[in-house]
Write a protein that binds this ligand. Structure first.
Ligand code: DGL
Length: 263
């Protein structure tokens, strides 16, 4: 008897940040067929006006859904999810898993009840993010820190162009608040690019904190949604597609290989 086809999972981001989500999903369902779509021609999403971003995500994902017929789409981008998820769900029948700031678990686990949300300037200014704070942050002080540069730094590092410690420290500094004897003890990584810089954050932070990466929770959600699909052994290697059509540089190709892509 022939084996059933692997489930197709489309993982989408403005660039390479979604690889941090892909990595955890692939660990949960290594038997799925993965297509990673990087809209590098539109990067960075954090700088796009809202109407432009909604239309762009709809067009780029619409074309990819038509081409790859995924069973599930993971929008591995907070900047896109906090704005465009409702529109995507209304337009396409395929299920979507979004990536939104992990404010609820951060407040629940914070001991000092002082947390920071580190994301793109767009994500931290969204009504979606503010609604999460109203709903889930009662009794917890939340500082919103929008970074105009960190996603670009993460892309640069992955492409083999190191970024100075001082530049990284300048972007994360506002997360660290100490007043009334209480210090920030948890920082929500509200941009999927940021876990790529986690070691740099740890070494440049003024004091140790818990850096909350949403990827494990997203991977669990994907695992739950695919639980009816029995594991198969015939999945092809993951594929990566760049909307710019450009081939990755040798340094980037090496980094992508480390994530499992045969580039
Ligand atoms: N990776 C994206 C996010 O999670 C954003 C980076 C950008 O395009 O500005 O928000």
């Amino acid at each position: 008897m022939s084996e059933t086809a692997p489930a197709t999972v489309l993982v989408f981001d403005s660039g390479l940040g979604g690889l941090t989500v892909f990595r955890d999903i692939a660990a949960v369902r290594p038997d799925a067929r993965f297509v990673y779509l990087a809209d590098d021609a539109g990067f960075p999403y954090g700088n796009l006006p809202e109407a432009t971003l909604i239309a762009r995500v709809r067009d780029v994902l619409g074309a990819a859904i038509a081409q790859h017929a995924p069973d599930l789409v993971v929008v591995a981008c907070n900047t896109a999810s906090t704005l465009a998820l409702a529109d995507l769900r209304a337009r396409f029948a395929v299920p979507f898993v979004g990536t939104v700031p992990a404010i609820k678990p951060a407040c629940a686990q914070s001991v000092s009840k002082r947390i920071a949300v580190l994301g793109t300037q767009a994500t931290v200014s969204r009504e979606y993010t503010r609604a999460l704070i109203r709903e889930f942050a009662a009794g917890c002080d939340v500082v919103l820190v929008g970074s105009p540069r960190l996603a670009g730094y993460a892309e640069a590092e992955l492409a083999g162009h190191p970024v100075a410690d001082a530049a990284i420290a300048a972007e994360i500094g506002a997360c660290f608040v100490e007043t009334e004897g209480r210090r920030t003890d948890t920082v929500v990584l509200a941009c999927t690019h940021y876990p790529l810089l986690i070691d740099r954050f740890r070494t440049t932070a003024p004091w140790p904190v818990h850096w909350l990466d949403p990827a494990p929770a997203i991977a669990r959600r994907v695992g739950a949604l695919l639980q009816d699909r029995p594991p198969v052994s015939n999945a092809p290697p993951p594929a990566i597609v760049f909307t710019s059509g450009q081939a990755p540089s040798p340094a980037l190709a090496k980094a992508l290989q480390a994530f499992g892509f045969p580039v």
